[in-house]
Design a binder for this molecule. Structure first.
Ligand code: DGJ
Length: 730
């Protein structure tokens, strides 16, 4: 059984195939964190808390006069609260009607059951009764009647533990929630490096690793979106952990809004990791009898380094987070007109682009920004009335879509449904439908205001507007863009005491809209986007199985972005396009082949005007697409190994291995401008040591052991900066 309660020691054991997580009820009352790491069947006798607590007598801290743990200060707590002696960052912080913030959460019962309950209104990983088991640990504050349910689900075969928290106000008076973290873990060890993924527009998810110092270190967002700037992922790893060795603890929040994720190292050399909704500018009024559900945190432990940590996230997300028709189906290769035309196109031009794409072998033409409104010729044009611009598309979306279908291509369409500009009918009718504070200026961002998705009527309006368009034409794909963050966070629809609920209510509204649209149009492939990768998180992936990774399509920049993104997210979720050279974001010129090779490590597509391609490039594109279609199931469903990091060397190497482990793809990339590199070799991983592998292009045979232990030269094709080699088991 993955979850066991041992009554004699008051311990809960949560076992995955390669890890254990142990909680103990101190005095049968206070849940303490005992252990998380390699599999461990029993701790017997039970923990000797008295001796750990004795340390506290020596120090200046609360709890000195307490003998029977009346205080929680200094102990490894499973869900720390503020106000009763624990002075570290709390997971939970509330204010009662009398103004007090002190409580005592003590064990009030537990249930263990098969399966994994859905989280009301929120995205979350899912699993059947055969695949998972759940523990709900009920903690109660006797004085106020407040109950907290710690929800743990173990998905053993995926080595994942998910956590969430449900709060129920069982008292008579209202309670204001100030902080409800989804997970908190107290480690006895303090020698950790923290890894997280900061970035910016066009340079998202760059890997940053640093030693934990005393104090709080966290990544967070206050932008109303998970953002380009930080990602709701972090890892704590031993200082000597590498891709292949060492402890790695990964945390990821299934949420797309404001979050806080990080660790505090305290004076006693203990480390507390916390992840959840950002407590900054958040509060939630919980009336008597009401409940509040936190988002889900996914926790993955690996004793085999960062690579295995990532693969555990990848497998879990591929099989237990992504949903719908395209979850495991081979995804189409698409051609997007954005960098080919920007806003300046006609139906005729789009049909020419589609014809070029057809010749190359793509599956779909995607029409990006600019197909709607009265004057959408640039960023200042109107956005928000989702009605086709007949001057550009005289035959409407149906006329265009039918013609594209007649060419044998599918048709996809761009939307940005969370914003509107002031020069629209919808703004004229509902000027208060934007997020704003009365009588204060409304900050425009890319000339738009943010629709207030905390309002049900706004959500219904958008569902209808998008549904009408999707029903009006043969649309097989939607790119859901979002090009701003939230400023002036206020909603006239919320009373003053609930204004700080806006950010979370916005996310609940957005998730409702996405759930409704994706289930109403199950055949449509939805791709998330937020000015590139400004909202690349598991919350979005629950609704949209792929995300536009970055607006930066420069292949060298993409090496860093895709390498960083892969720490938590699988290749099948990363949209990647070959675009024109010199690159529109960086001005750098790169070979057509390298642009394709980098993009083929994700969800492959093109983003240019085929009319500007040479015959040779068209021929290469034909080869690329044929190659990708032959092997895309390996990139999309196989395991990924990061062999060489571009953050370490002017070179990168990635390996994908097929689910049946018979075929390995080796991607190698040389970063330009750094000649005369040492003649190192790339060593593959996870092959069958005794088997013979044939390299498809050359026909050369290698043993698995040779490929893994001796490796192959980094640059085998002297005239190229990149190469994809396929090794097939004989
Ligand atoms: C930002 C996206 O990331 C781009 O791909 C493109 O769709 C533009 N928005 C359109 O305005």
């Amino acid at each position: 059984m993955p979850i066991i309660f041992k009554k004699d020691t008051n311990q809960f054991y949560l076992h995955t195939d390669h890890s254990s997580y142990i909680i103990e009820l101190l005095d049968g009352r206070i849940p303490l964190h005992v252990y998380w790491g390699k599999p461990l069947d029993a701790i017997a006798p039970a923990m000797d808390w008295d001796s750990s607590f004795a340390t506290m007598f020596l120090a200046w801290d609360t709890g000195i006069e307490h003998t029977h743990f009346n205080t929680t200060g200094g102990l490894p707590l499973e869900y720390p609260v503020y106000g009763s002696g624990d002075m570290r960052d709390p997971a939970f912080h509330v204010q009662f009607a009398d103004g007090s913030r002190v409580m005592r959460l003590e064990y009030a019962g537990h249930t263990i059951f098969d399966g994994k309950p859905a989280l009301k209104g929120l995205p979350a990983t899912y699993a059947t009764k055969d695949e998972a088991q759940t523990l709900e640990l009920h903690l109660k504050d006797a004085l106020s009647g407040l109950s907290v349910y710690l929800q743990y689900t173990v998905i053993p075969a995926y080595d994942a533990i998910t956590r969430a928290v449900r709060v129920v106000n069982g008292g008579e008076e209202s309670i204001r929630l100030l902080q409800v973290a989804s997970a908190s873990v107290d480690f006895y060890d303090s020698e950790f490096d923290m890894i997280h993924l900061p970035g910016v527009w066009a340079r998202e998810r760059q890997i940053e690793r640093h030693r934990l110092i005393h104090g709080v270190q966290r990544a967070d967002s206050k932008r109303g979106a998970s953002s380009h700037y930080q990602n709701p992922f972090f890892a704590l790893v031993s200082p000597d952990t590498t891709e292949t060795n060492g402890d790695a603890y990964g945390f990821n929040l299934v949420y797309s809004g404001n979050f806080a994720a990080g660790a505090e190292k305290d004076a006693y050399e203990m480390v507390r990791a916390t992840i959840g909704i950002n407590g900054f500018d958040f509060s939630w009024l919980l009336e008597s009898g009401e409940s509040f559900q936190s988002p889900e945190a996914v926790m993955v432990y690996s004793a085999e380094g960062l690579g295995e940590m990532s693969r555990r996230f990848h497998r879990l997300y591929r099989d237990h987070l992504l949903r719908g028709k395209y979850q495991h189906a081979e995804r189409p290769v698409l051609l997007n007109n954005w960098e080919g035309t920007y806003w300046d196109f006609t139906e005729q031009k789009l049909l020419e682009i589609a014809a070029g794409g057809k010749k190359m072998g793509v599956d779909m033409l995607v029409l990006d920004d600019g197909w709607f409104g009265k004057d959408r010729m640039g960023e200042t044009g109107d956005i928000g009335d989702w009605v086709v611009d007949k001057r550009k598309l005289p035959n409407g979306l149906k006329g265009l879509g039918d013609k594209i279908n007649a060419m044998g291509l599918k048709f996809g369409l761009w939307f940005e449904p969370e914003v509107f500009s002031q020069n629209t009918d919808i703004y004229a009718q509902h000027p208060d439908w934007c997020i704003h504070v009365k009588d204060r200026p409304r900050t425009k961002w890319r000339h738009t205001l943010n629709l207030d998705y905390s309002r049900p009527e706004v959500c219904e309006y958008i569902i209808k507007a998008v549904s009408d368009v999707l029903s009006s034409a043969p649309i097989a794909y939607v790119k859901w863009d979002y090009n701003r963050n939230i400023s002036e966070p206020g909603s006239p629809a919320l009373p003053p005491e609930r204004q700080q609920e806006l950010h979370h209510r916005y996310m609940l509204g957005l998730y409702y809209v996405m759930e409704t649209l994706t289930s109403r149009f199950p055949d449509v492939l939805f791709e998330g986007c937020s000015g590139g990768g400004g909202r690349f998180d598991p919350g979005m992936l629950y609704y949209m199985p792929q995300i536009w990774t970055s607006d930066d399509t420069d292949p060298e920049e993409r090496l860093y972005i895709q390498h960083g993104t892969s720490l938590a997210y699988p290749a099948v979720t990363m949209s990647a396009h070959l675009s024109a050279s010199p690159n529109h974001q960086t001005g750098r010129a790169t070979p057509f082949k390298m642009r394709g090779d980098v993009a083929m490590a994700g969800q492959f597509g093109y983003e240019l005007d085929p009319a500007k391609m040479t015959d040779e490039e068209i021929a290469t594109a034909q080869e690329q697409i044929a190659f990708y279609k032959k092997y895309r199931h390996i990139v999309q469903q196989g395991d990924m190994y990061r062999l060489v990091s571009p953050y370490d060397e002017p070179f990168a190497a990635w390996q994908f291995i097929s689910p049946d482990a018979n075929t390995a793809m080796l991607y190698t990339f040389v970063i330009t401008g750094k000649p005369y590199q040492p003649p190192k070799r790339v060593k593959l991983q996870a092959l069958d040591a005794d088997a013979i592998y044939v390299e498809e292009l050359s026909g050369v045979e290698y043993t698995g052991a040779q490929l893994m232990q001796v490796g192959v030269p980094r640059c085998r094709l002297n005239d190229h900066l990149s190469e994809i080699a396929v090794f097939r088991k004989k």
